[in-house]
Design a protein around this ligand. Structure first.
Ligand SMILES: Cc1cc2nc3c(=O)[nH]c(=O)nc-3n(C[C@H](O)[C@H](O)[C@H](O)COP(=O)(O)OP(=O)(O)OC[C@H]3O[C@@H](n4cnc5c(N)ncnc54)[C@H](O)[C@@H]3O)c2cc1C
Ligand SMILES: NC(=O)c1ccc[n+]([C@@H]2O[C@H](COP(=O)([O-])OP(=O)(O)OC[C@H]3O[C@@H](n4cnc5c(N)ncnc54)[C@H](O)[C@@H]3O)[C@@H](O)[C@H]2O)c1
Length: 469
């Protein structure tokens, strides 16, 4: 049993915790990074990377299935589920190994393999019997999949994002419960890998989409590969050969599935931390109140970063919040506020779904563009989806976007720059748009916005699509 003394103790060695420790050390602190597993982050082990590896396999299966369109005959396509999952795990393990190797490069004595809980605002008890005394503490404990009661009792046929990447072979059929980011990405990937998929959500939308045209486009694409049931409550029951799912609400039915993926959200990992001892003020869900510009919990020497604060549970936000928390833990009690970037979420469906910036308000101007007749999208046989751009009424300065369109994951970065630099639709239209690109498809929406503001379509620019495509 040892008593460790440091300037900044970081609980959790995921993306946020690693960034917090690194930045606290960069600012001169003696640090400790505490984690029971040092698995190499959720992102690399069971999150971003394995899900994108599955999606990459699905994209290749889909491209092979579509190749006839281009006159390329591939013959019968065989999907070797075991090989798909094996490659996924092999590549995933390289990502986790890369992250884990960074722990070995930390200064000696920085890492402690244990689970921590608070005994006072700046003291921690570890489950190996050690204690930690710090000047400030960063909580970076992440989140875990929620499994509602009826599913929890049903054993191994019920999967979450923590277990689905471990399956030996692709199932014949899969019910996906929850059409949020995880459900959408994995449902479409599995369906395109030949799994019979049904997607269920109790909401009447998917992926938090508010715009009806975007939702319609999303449903149009998804339902080519799977059944989608919105506005339903599902009840699972163990049955011979898998799990029987009954649903009722906007539609009613029942079906047997070999496996069920539960993807209904990821609550923060806070319950084992004994936050009462930390003395931080909690909201009505038991989550610490904190300032998102400093990551500080009230006036306490405690900072919270990453999924565990449930603010923006995304990789880039976890890394940013960790860096802010680490710097301010060193600066305590003189926290320095940081400017946070506009909200930015990409769901890696095909085409990608993007929600960017502010949601529209009463006076927001909107511009619309469809990709069903867009030149480059048609060339590539992926003419689906649409985009909606949002702007301020006075000058048409861009404020946000909702997009479900080919290339939206890349175009969103251009729009993010425009939003952050307060660029107007008119100014964007002064920019050259190379032909034929997917970016050209933004212009009808930009022109809509110009048309509704005193800032016109630039007089020396063509007001229509380029002749020839
Ligand atoms: C399937 C899936 C796909 C995703 N895809 C994307 C994507 O494409 N893009 C994107 O931006 N985001 C994606 N995300 C979200 C992203 O992975 C998370 O936002 C990010 O990993 C959160 O990092 P974190 O540091 O908060 O948590 P984590 O990386 O989970 O780290 C938390 C750490 O805290 C430790 N811990 C917990 N309790 C204690 C305790 N009491 N004491 C000590 N240590 C503790 C845990 O062991 C863990 O190591 C995805 C998530 C999932 C599940
Ligand atoms: N590409 C990415 O950036 C990416 C990918 C995967 C995950 N993530 C992160 O992981 C987080 C968690 O993802 P998630 O998909 O688990 O959660 P989510 O909050 O995105 O979606 C949960 C969905 O489940 C539905 N739901 C809730 N309870 C239900 C029930 N009992 N029956 C049916 N439907 C139900 C909700 O209506 C919602 O649509 C996301 O918020 C996101 O931040 C990001």
């Amino acid at each position: 049993m040892a008593d460790h003394i440091c300037d900044v103790a970081v609980i959790g060695a995921g993306t946020a915790g690693i960034a917090a420790e690194r930045n606290a050390r960069r600012h001169g602190a003696a640090t400790l990074l505490i984690d029971p597993e040092f698995i190499g982050t959720t992102c690399a082990s069971v999150g971003c990377m394995p899900s994108k590896l599955l999606i990459a396999a699905a994209e290749n299966a889909y491209a092979a299935a579509q190749s006839d369109i281009f006159g390329i005959r591939t013959g019968d396509i065989a999907i070797d589920g075991k090989a798909v999952m094996q490659r996924l795990r092999e590549e995933r393990d390289k990502f986790t190994a890369g992250t884990r190797s960074r722990f070995e490069k930390l200064p000696r004595g920085t890492t402690i393999r244990a689970r921590a809980r608070f005994t006072a605002p700046t003291t921690l008890a570890l489950d190996n019997g050690d204690t930690v005394s710090a000047k400030a503490v960063v909580i970076a404990t992440g989140s875990s999949p929620m499994v509602p009661e009826p599913f929890a009792a049903l054993g191994n046929d019920v999967l979450t994002s923590d277990t689905i990447f471990e399956i030996e072979d692709l199932p014949r059929s899969l019910a996906v419960i929850g059409g949020g980011t995880i459900g959408l990405e994995l449902a479409q990937a599995m369906a395109r890998l030949g799994v019979e998929v049904s997607l269920f959500d109790r909401a009447e939308t998917l992926g938090k989409v508010q715009d009806q045209e975007i939702l319609d486009a999303l449903l149009d694409v998804l339902t080519r590969d799977m059944n989608v049931h919105l506005g339903v409550d599902v009840t699972p029951e163990k049955a011979a050969g898998g799990i029987n799912i009954s649903w009722k609400g906007k539609s009613t039915g029942h079906q047997l599935f070999e496996k069920v993926l539960v993807a209904v959200g990821r609550p923060p990992n806070l319950k084992d931390l004994d936050l009462a001892a930390a003395g931080v003020e909690l909201d009505d869900r038991g989550r610490p109140l904190f300032d998102r510009t400093t990551m500080q919990c009230g006036e306490a020497p405690i900072f919270i970063a990453g999924d565990d604060n449930a603010d923006a549970p995304l990789l880039h936000e976890a890394a940013t919040e960790g860096a802010i928390a680490g710097r301010n833990a060193v600066a305590y009690p003189a926290s320095i506020p940081s400017r946070r970037t506009p909200s930015f979420a990409i769901t890696f469906t095909d085409p990608p779904l993007v929600l960017l910036g502010q949601e529209p308000g009463e006076n927001t101007l909107t511009g619309f563009a469809s990709y069903t007749d867009q030149g480059r999208a048609k060339v590539e046989a992926r003419a689906d989806g649409c985009i909606r751009l949002y702007a301020e009424p006075e000058e048409g300065v861009l404020t946000g976007a909702a997009m479900f369109a080919p290339g939206a994951d890349h175009m969103a970065h251009l729009l993010m720059l425009a939003i952050m630099k307060r660029v107007s639709a008119s100014q964007l239209l002064e920019m050259p748009f190379y032909h034929p690109t997917l970016e050209e498809g933004l212009r009808p929406a930009l022109r809509d916005i110009c048309g509704a503001t005193p800032t016109p379509i630039p007089g020396d620019r063509d007001g229509r699509e380029p002749p020839g495509g």
